[in-house]
Each structure stands twice: as structure tokens, then as C-alpha cells.
Design a protein around this ligand. Structure first.
Ligand SMILES: Nc1ncnc2c1ncn2[C@@H]1O[C@H](COP(=O)(O)OP(=O)(O)OP(=O)(O)O)[C@@H](O)[C@H]1O
Ligand SMILES: [Mg+2]
Length: 458
């Protein structure tokens, strides 16, 4: 039996695609968490900066056309008390510098809004600057009072690094959970396939019933074609079994009729020439009939071996049965047939085949022994198994032929005009080997053939 070639694996493909999407999602999660956290951190810093700048702006008083600012303590302390950030400010009336750091950069964008922001560097440090302004009426007319407040970013940078690590952790955790889920999902997806495989491969060799257990809808077409295949197989097996039986019947019956007619004609005829011709004809008919029978038997054996049954066979009963069936033939030839030593033994296999094998051995023993000979059949058991041996007191085998005789159509030199086709030992050998045993062919020390079937214990 050839094993099918595997190309890829559904489970692996499923697992890989799940893992790939999990990895993409984990990276997206990482960036989303990080950017949201960055934005939140930025907004809260901007809010504090704006609050502090507004409280400076609120403290501005106009007295006698002059602007006085009483810098509130809380305005800047709310900025540097949080961390060790440095804080800078600048107060300008339009472009005239009033107080603070004269060269503190000023955000330019959004002149109509209440506050505008700028990220830049000042005195060698990264800073965030806010600008708030308010219109004031002074001696020189209406002009803008502008307050800029700046804060260094070292604390925020640390916070961002922390956020980055956290989002990396969240991404990795997300990925790990996804891996676990992907493994579970792929296993549960494949499970119905595993179940189907198991239920089909657990079956006996003759079990061709359709698969009835429910399967997922995607597998229904597969199971349907499997079922229809098994149905066709079963029909064709039944047909060939019937065909073999039918063919055997059809070939043998007309041959038997022709043989009877030839015998009658032979008896009636007085012409020695005609009698001789008819005798040869009868012999040829016997040969064809035997060959047809053995060929069909062999076909039947081959067919049954393909689907070997594994029934319990009580060998002792089978031996006794087969011997009794052979008895009329042996008595006709005046050969003593005895089952001398029969122990109890059981094996697993096809009883029809084993019986056929033994029948061929008995047939040989009767056929090749002269009248007055004795045949002893024995069934003995050992630890390793059971042995059926058939010993006769006939001429025995020619030692140089021992290896050749079990081959198909091989006949010995001792056959003279004994009818046969050379298939009997072939059938016996194939049957015993299919049951895991061996066929032994030897001669008895005192002369005569000894053929045994050795079966391993089941
Ligand atoms: N008991 C026996 N004593 C002597 N020779 C035997 C014995 N059994 C088999 N042989 C020899 O072995 C040969 C092969 O036996 P096998 O049973 O295979 O074929 P066959 O008897 O010639 O034909 P058939 O197919 O009709 O049985 C025989 O032709 C015969 O020469
Ligand atoms: Mg034979």
C-alpha cells in the first residue's frame, strides 16, 4: 500500500496565518497605545503650561497707563515642583520686552486662539513653549500683552520612555495570548478531520459501511464521495465473488456432462482405437476440469486474501471436518486416512481458506500414495503456535524438487498420469503465509511425504 504524498498541513497553514495576523495586530496595538499615551502626556503638559501662563497674564494690572505685573508664586511653582524641570518665561508688550528671558522663542501659529505652542530648544535644552496674550489699552493705544512660559522636557522624555516600554509589554502580551488562542483554534478546527480518520482506520478490512457520524459542512462533500466510493467498492467486490462462484459452476458442469458421455461411448465401443481415443479424451477432460477448478479456487483464495477475515477458528474442529470430507475419496482408493493426534488450538483467520489449504494437502497425499498406504494427520501446539502436519507412506518428494514445487503450475516428476494442475501447494503456501505462518515440505525419515502448515499463535 502506498502512503499518500503530504503537501503542506492545514493545521500549520491555519496556525501561521493566525500568528501572522496576531503579530500585525500586536504591532498596531503597540503604536496605537504609544501614540495615545504620548498625546495624553503632551496635552496635560500643555494644559499646565497654559494655566501657568494665564495666571501670569491675569496678574497684569494697568495703573496710570503703565503695566505692572506681580508675578504670582504659584504660576511657576506649579511647573517645577512636579519634577526637576527648568522653567523660563518672557513677558512682552507687542514686541517690547518687559521681563523674563529676552530671547525665549515665541510660538507663531494661531494668532486668534487663546494659546499657541511650540517645541524647540532653548539654552541647549528641549523645551515646550506656550504663548498667551491679551489686548490691553495703554498710553500708546491698544496693544497685546504676551506671556510666554517654557518648560524643559526631560521629565516628559522619561515618561515617554516608560510609556513606550509599557506599550511594548502590552503588544507582547497581546501576541502571547494570541499564540495560545491560535494553537487552540487550529487544534479544534482540525479535530473533525482527526475524528474521521480515526473512525475510518479503526474499521475492519471488510467494513465498507458508509460514514454516518455527523461532520462539519465543509467536509460533507469529501465524506459523501468517500461513502459513494465505498458503496461502489462493495458492489464490485460482491460481483467478483459471485462471478467466481458462477464461473466455477459454468465450467465444471458442461465438462462433467462431456465426461459422462465419453465414458458411456467408451463402454459401448468395441473398436480398440476408438476406446483408446476416448480414454485419452476422458483424461484430458479430467485435466481441464481439475485445472479450471484449481484456477477458480486460486482466484477465490487470492480474492479472499486481499480482504483477509480475522475470525476465531478452532483448528481441531476444522482438521476433523476436512479429514471427514476427504474420507470417501481415500476409501475409494483404499488408503487409510486418520487424524491421529489432535490437540485443541485456535487461530485468527479465514476458515474457508485454511480448510482449502488443508484440503489440498490431503488431496495430494491421497492422490500420490498407492492403494494400501496410510495418511496420518496431526494437530500439535507449541508456545509459538499450532502445526497441522500431513504424513503419508507414499513415494514422497524428490529432494531436488522441494523448493520448486510450491511455485505456480509446478508439478513433480512423480505425477505420471495423475491428474493435476500444479496449484495445490501454491494455494496452501499463500494461505498459510497470509496468516503469518509457513509451509514446510519434507520427506519422512522412513519414506513418504510430510507437509505441514505452521500458524503463529494469535
Ligand atoms: N504427498 C505427496 N507425495 C508425493 N509428491 C507430492 C505430494 N504432494 C505434492 N507432491 C508433488 O508436488 C507437486 C505439486 O503439488 P501441487 O498440489 O502443487 O500440484 P498438483 O497436485 O500436481 O496439482 P493440483 O493443483 O491439482 O493439486 C505434485 O505435482 C507432486 O509432484
Ligand atoms: Mg495437489
Amino acid at each position: 500500500m502506498s502512503t499518500p504524498v503530504a503537501h503542506g498541513s492545514i493545521r500549520r497553514r491555519l496556525l501561521l496565518s493566525l500568528l501572522a495576523s496576531a503579530a500585525v495586530l500586536a504591532i498596531v496595538v503597540y503604536f496605537v497605545v504609544q501614540s495615545v499615551a504620548r498625546q495624553v502626556a503632551q496635552e496635560s503638559q500643555d494644559n499646565v503650561l497654559t494655566a501657568s501662563a494665564l495666571s501670569i497674564l491675569d496678574s497684569a494690572r494697568l495703573s496710570g497707563g503703565e503695566i505692572s505685573i506681580d508675578l504670582p508664586y504659584s504660576a511657576l511653582s506649579m511647573l517645577d515642583s512636579i519634577s526637576d524641570e527648568r522653567v523660563f518665561y518672557a513677558i512682552r508688550l507687542e514686541d517690547e520686552f518687559l521681563s523674563g528671558y529676552a530671547d525665549l522663542p515665541e510660538p507663531t501659529g494661531d494668532p486668534n486662539g487663546t494659546s499657541s505652542f511650540l517645541s524647540t530648544t532653548f539654552l541647549g535644552e528641549d523645551v515646550r513653549v506656550v504663548l498667551v496674550k491679551r489686548r490691553m489699552s495703554t498710553d500708546t493705544g491698544r496693544s497685546f500683552l504676551k506671556v510666554s512660559v517654557a518648560q524643559t522636557l526631560s521629565g516628559q522624555k522619561q515618561a515617554l520612555a516608560r510609556i513606550s516600554r509599557t506599550s511594548m509589554g502590552i503588544g507582547a502580551g497581546f501576541f502571547l495570548v494570541s499564540v495560545l488562542l491560535a494553537a487552540l483554534i487550529s487544534r479544534s478546527t482540525i479535530r473533525p478531520l482527526d475524528r474521521l480518520t480515526g473512525s475510518v482506520s479503526r474499521r475492519g478490512p471488510k467494513d465498507l459501511r458508509p460514514v454516518a457520524a455527523p461532520v462539519p459542512s465543509e467536509m460533507v462533500p469529501l465524506v459523501a464521495s468517500l461513502n459513494s466510493f465505498m458503496r461502489r467498492l462493495q458492489q464490485s467486490l460482491m460481483r467478483s465473488e459471485d462471478f467466481i462462484a458462477e464461473a466455477a459452476h459454468r465450467v465444471r458442469t458442461p465438462l462433467a456432462v462431456v465426461r459422462t458421455k465419453a465414458e458411456v461411448a467408451q463402454r459401448k465401443s468395441d473398436d480398440p482405437e476408438t476406446r483408446k481415443a476416448l480414454r485419452e479424451m476422458i483424461r484430458a477432460i479430467d485435466d481441464s476440469s481439475r485445472t479450471a477448478g484449481q484456477l477458480l479456487d486460486h482466484a477465490m483464495v487470492t480474492f479472499r486474501l486481499d480482504h483477509l477475515a480475522r475470525e476465531e477458528i478452532s483448528l481441531h474442529r476444522l482438521v476433523q471436518d476436512t479429514v471427514e470430507r476427504m474420507r470417501p475419496t481415500s476409501e475409494l482408493k483404499d488408503v487409510t486416512l486418520e487424524a491421529t493426534e489432535v490437540e485443541t488450538a485456535t487461530i485468527k483467520g479465514d476458515p474457508i481458506l485454511v480448510q482449502n489449504a488443508l484440503h489440498n494437502l490431503l488431496d495430494n497425499a491421497v492422490k500420490y500414495s498407492p492403494s494400501g498406504a496410510e495418511i496420518h494427520v496431526a494437530l500439535t501446539t507449541t508456545d509459538d503456535g499450532a502445526k497441522i502436519s500431513v504424513k503419508d507412506t507414499g513415494p514422497g518428494f524428490q529432494t531436488d524438487e522441494l523448493d520448486v514445487l510450491p511455485k505456480r503450475f509446478a508439478r513433480g516428476a512423480n505425477t505420471q498420469d495423475i491428474v493435476g494442475s500444479g496449484l495445490g501447494l501454491t494455494i496452501a503456501k499463500e494461505v498459510v503465509e497470509a496468516h503469518g505462518g509457513t509451509l514446510h515440505i519434507t520427506n519422512n525419515p522412513g519414506g513418504g511425504a510430510c507437509v505441514s502448515l505452521v500458524f503463529p499463535s494469535s
